[in-house]
Write a protein that binds this ligand. Structure first.
Ligand SMILES: [Mn+2]
Length: 336
């Protein structure tokens, strides 16, 4: 326990971080984690690579220290992330502590919200607005992925990071940065990736499986969604739509929509790319933007949120009405 501060000082020296407040945050969080046992680590609903990779790395790290820990999530683990759980059988214990990773708001716990809201001991996150209620919050919005924060915490706790933990953190970082190409990437992101590579992570293999590999369902869905593409705001805003009918036609799962949401934003001249996905009770919106548009601000107008360059919100209105409101909100931000 006494070595946490020394560990973090060494780590910060290695990473070139000189920030006393931040050092205190990392030390405090690591010390708190070290006091815990029987820990449930919460991932967000519709889990992505960051929430799962971070949770798994933390879980393995805590277990390596002789603690009991499990990863829990409201929704099933997508097939491409199942390898993270190899050899990580569920342990049986009465939970004493709960840690949330990459969860920006209580409703993102999905159906677990009822059970866990107000019961979280430590919230670890990197979203701009984190509304989780917890006595200890370690939120660093400059981190490209929560995976970076888990790297700091595992080292702070003196965990010997093994290959499985390294793969989990690499998964977290490479998926949340689109293979190190988004504007959230900092020198620290690469520095940590270097350390993970040294632990024998098959980076190329993981990048292919996590980011490039596609399926017939994904491709079918992509081509159907692309046929709905339309432009607004003098072509600065592009929208694609995914309907339930398309999902059924191609027998697509929620994760199969991943490849679609980046397409509108990738068009030359488009500053704001929007994906509208039909849900049971309306439309789920995902916005990807460049520096001209704050996606979190646009989504915030409709009760949503996220990051400056990637955010989401929901509408219960009809398709046309939802689209009109969205376009008007984007127009307003573009005019500023
Ligand atoms: Mn994340």
């Amino acid at each position: 326990m006494a070595n946490v501060k020394k560990n973090v000082k060494n780590l910060f020296k290695q990473l070139g971080i000189d920030d006393k407040e931040y050092l205190k945050d990392v030390v405090q969080t690591a010390q708190k984690l070290l006091t815990m046992n029987n820990v449930e680590i919460l991932s967000h609903r519709l889990p992505d690579g960051d929430t799962l990779g971070s949770a798994v790395a933390l879980c393995r790290g805590l277990r390596s220290l002789g603690k009991k820990a499990n990863v829990i999530c409201a929704d099933p683990i997508p097939q491409k992330y199942q390898f993270l759980f190899d050899g990580l059988d569920e342990q049986s214990f009465q939970p004493d502590h709960v840690v949330s990773v990459d969860i920006a708001a209580p409703h993102l716990m999905g159906k677990l919200e009822e059970t866990y809201a107000g019961k979280i001991d430590v919230a670890i996150d990197h979203h701009m607005k984190n509304s989780i209620e917890a006595p200890l919050k370690f939120v660093d919005e400059k981190a490209a992925a929560v995976g970076e924060l888990i790297w700091l915490l595992l080292n702070a706790m003196g965990v010997t990071v093994d290959k499985a933990m390294a793969e989990a953190m690499f998964t977290a970082i490479t998926t949340d940065t689109g293979c190190f190409k988004y504007s959230n990437v900092t020198p620290r992101t690469h520095q940590i990736a270097v350390e993970l590579m040294k632990l024998d992570v098959d980076c190329a293999g993981l990048n292919f499986r996590l980011l490039d590999e596609t399926t017939k369902a994904q491709l079918g869905l992509k081509s159907a969604a692309l046929s709905t593409l339309e432009y607004h705001c003098e072509d600065k805003c592009a929208i694609v739509t995914i309907t339930t009918e398309m999902m059924e036609k191609f027998n697509a799962s929620p994760e199969d929509t991943d490849g679609v949401s980046n397409i509108p934003r990738s068009i030359q001249g488009v500053q704001c790319g929007i994906t509208m996905k039909q849900t049971e009770d309306g439309w789920k919106i995902s916005i990807r933007s460049d520096e001209h548009v704050n996606a979190a601000e646009v989504c915030g107008k409709f009760g949503g949120g996220g990051h400056a360059r990637a955010a989401g919100c929901k509408f219960t209105e009809s398709y046309e009405e939802a689209k009109q409101k969205l376009v008007a909100a984007v127009e307003e931000v573009l005019d500023k």
